[in-house]
Ligand binder design. Structure first.
Ligand code: ADP
Length: 209
């Protein structure tokens, strides 16, 4: 986040003289308290300054990048999850390939008759299956999918950064977001490498922390 000259000046004053009241900061800058109010609000919201009633403002000692890191570490899965694409375990490899193209996704989740997760199909799973000479419309997806309980899943209140670590450590492109039901795990979303890339772009476009 880019701070204005005045906001930088305020941080310097608070660093040197904090805890200090808004009134005293305004005096040092020869401005009114009202003029400073938006700047103080921004600096407090962004975490550079903290304010305590009857004490005043003090410097938190955190740099912009420390604050950004803290913010990223607090992101939850449900804030970023995308819509999942699932196929029934009854469909053929041929149908799964069609769905992957039609839905424009790289990972398909396979569900049973209770709409609960039983497998995952990646691009390479489908490519590998197409290398043989068998008729793909007669091969059911359970033959080639990665199955439960070997599927890495996450839940909506998990931390996004933990899922990002799993994408890297398990070398997978996506993780289903699941909800526990009495029949098994219902797929309610997905976090993929694209989700993470989009977030990176979003962060660099934002100008407030
Ligand atoms: P690709 O195979 O197209 O590079 P991935 O890297 O996502 O795509 O998949 C690698 C392997 O891991 C595949 O066999 C796939 O079935 C499996 N896989 C994909 N996602 C998961 C997951 N969430 N949990 C467990 N295994 C997965």
């Amino acid at each position: 986040m880019d701070l204005s000259k005045r906001q930088q000046r305020i941080i310097e004053i608070v660093k040197a003289d904090g805890p200090i009241t808004g009134e005293q900061i305004a005096d040092q800058l020869a401005l009114t308290r009202a003029t400073l109010r938006p700047d103080l609000a921004i600096l407090t919201m962004a975490g550079f300054l903290d304010a305590r009633p009857r004490v005043g403002y003090f410097y938190t000692g955190k740099t912009g990048s420390e604050l950004l890191t803290e913010k990223i570490k607090r992101y939850k899965v449900h804030e970023f999850q995308q819509v999942p694409v699932a196929v029934s375990e009854k469909v053929s490899v041929y149908d799964a390939i069609s769905t992957m193209f039609l839905e424009d996704v790289g990972t398909l989740f396979v569900v049973n008759e209770n709409a609960c997760l039983v497998g995952v199909l990646s691009r390479k799973d489908l490519l590998r299956a197409s290398m043989g000479s068998q008729d793909l419309s007669s091969v059911p997806v359970p033959i080639i999918m990665t199955r439960m309980p070997n599927i890495t899943v996450c839940r909506k209140n998990d931390l996004l950064i933990d899922v990002a670590h799993q994408l890297i450590s398990r070398q997978i492109d996506g993780v289903p977001v699941v909800k526990d039901t009495e029949n098994g795990l219902e797929v309610i979303g997905r976090i993929t490498k694209t989700t993470m890339t989009k977030l990176l772009v979003e962060i660099t476009m934002e100008d407030t922390i």
